[in-house]
Write a protein that binds this ligand. Structure first.
Ligand SMILES: NC(=O)c1ccc[n+]([C@@H]2O[C@H](COP(=O)([O-])OP(=O)(O)OC[C@H]3O[C@@H](n4cnc5c(N)ncnc54)[C@H](O)[C@@H]3O)[C@@H](O)[C@H]2O)c1
Length: 332
């Protein structure tokens, strides 16, 4: 199968490209490198022994995107490309709506023009807003608390309408919980510039002395130790979920949670990281952040039943692999 992977140089995209290549799929990446580096392509080659075709292009450029579709004749698409920083989306909402929506609309227009009917889309657990009960199932009510989340929900709605008008389309929406970890080789992973938005990159930056202290926002939540609880999933398990979604025999419009189904508190994650990596992480408890919720974890029964999705990596693996990646790439 010839697969277009948008955003394939990014964190989740690059791990998924490795998974696809190992499964002998033909992969073409389109990425404008706004949040990734071209060197990732070399690393993918080092891991898989395979070269990936790459277009450095912005999906918002419809004419160029059409040229790529015309030339490549894709069978399917995995659409990772998008801006993803929640805080930035609050201060620059237009940038988020423009980038995430226009890129997706262009992609859907190309799908229509070049008769590509299969797409897997990266959505997020953020579309569940503040869930009333746990674990979260796919049919829970949807709402958002920031422009980033709203772009995800809007795209889900657009995909639903496109499907209603084209019942022969095959659309999979994957709602990710909290991906962390990195490839076992330490060649690809996540190491954002500046102050990270997410917990694990922050922990790693403190552990490697790039930041002085980890702020834990609130210890009075209604959870096991008062700190926020999330569902962390190893990026390799998440990447595998995409291959399963691509090969799924069930057609139509499908929505799946991809998580582990287990909640882990901030303190539990920090303690596990210290324990498995034998390193101290300085932290301090500060006040709650606006918009944060007590707990969020998935019910993944649907993905298990329909995709055969299960996770094989533990929290230990996630902590070790995240640290290994940054350590390895700091020394080099
Ligand atoms: N990482 C998470 O915690 C998380 C959780 C839920 C959902 N998601 C979603 O999964 C997807 C991938 O996330 P990630 O963590 O790998 O992010 P990432 O930033 O590492 O990867 C996204 C890639 O898309 C590219 N890109 C962005 N806009 C583009 C455009 N207009 N044209 C071409 N390329 C463009 C970036 O350069 C980057 O390489 C995103 O859509 C994100 O919103 C991520």
């Amino acid at each position: 199968m010839k697969v277009l992977v948008t955003g394939g140089c990014g964190y989740i995209g690059s791990h998924t490209v490795v998974e696809l290549l190992n499964d002998k799929q033909e992969v073409v990446i389109v990425d404008n490198l706004v949040n990734s580096k071209k060197e990732v392509l070399e690393k993918i080659k080092e891991i898989t022994g395979k070269e990936v075709k790459f277009y450095e292009e912005d999906l918002c450029n419809l004419q160029e995107l059409k040229h790529i579709f015309e030339k490549e004749k894709f069978d399917s698409i995995i659409h990772f490309a998008g801006l993803k920083a929640v805080g930035e989306s609050v201060s620059k909402p237009l940038m988020y709506y423009q980038n995430n929506l226009i890129s997706t609309l262009n992609l859907l227009e190309c799908m229509q023009e070049f008769a590509v009917k299969k797409i897997v889309f990266s959505s997020s657990a953020t579309v569940y807003g503040n869930p009333k009960t746990l674990p979260i199932k796919e049919d829970f009510p949807l709402s958002t608390t920031n422009p980033y989340g709203t772009t995800k929900l809007m795209i889900e709605n657009i995909l639903t309408d496109v499907y209603k008008a084209n019942l022969d389309y095959d659309i999979t929406v994957l709602r990710y919980f909290n991906p962390i970890g990195a490839h076992k080789s330490g060649l690809i992973g996540e190491d954002p510039n500046g102050i990270p938005n997410n917990l694990m990159p922050y922990i790693v930056k403190v552990a490697t002395n790039k930041l002085p202290v980890l702020n834990i926002y609130g210890n009075d939540y209604n959870t096991v130790d008062g700190t926020g609880v999330r569902d962390y999933i190893h990026v390799l398990d998440l990447a595998h979920g995409h291959l399963l979604a691509l090969k799924n025999k069930k057609t139509g419009l499908k929505i799946y949670n991809l998580g582990t189904g287990r909640g882990t508190s901030v303190l539990e994650l920090v303690n596990k990281f210290q324990e498995v990596n034998h390193i101290k992480v300085n932290y301090q408890i500060t006040k709650r952040r606006d918009g944060d919720i007590d707990a969020c974890y998935a019910n993944c029964d649907k993905a298990k039943e329909e995709l055969g999705f299960t996770t094989k990596y533990t929290l230990e693996d996630m902590c070790k692999d995240s640290y290994n990646y940054v350590k390895k790439n700091t020394i080099q």
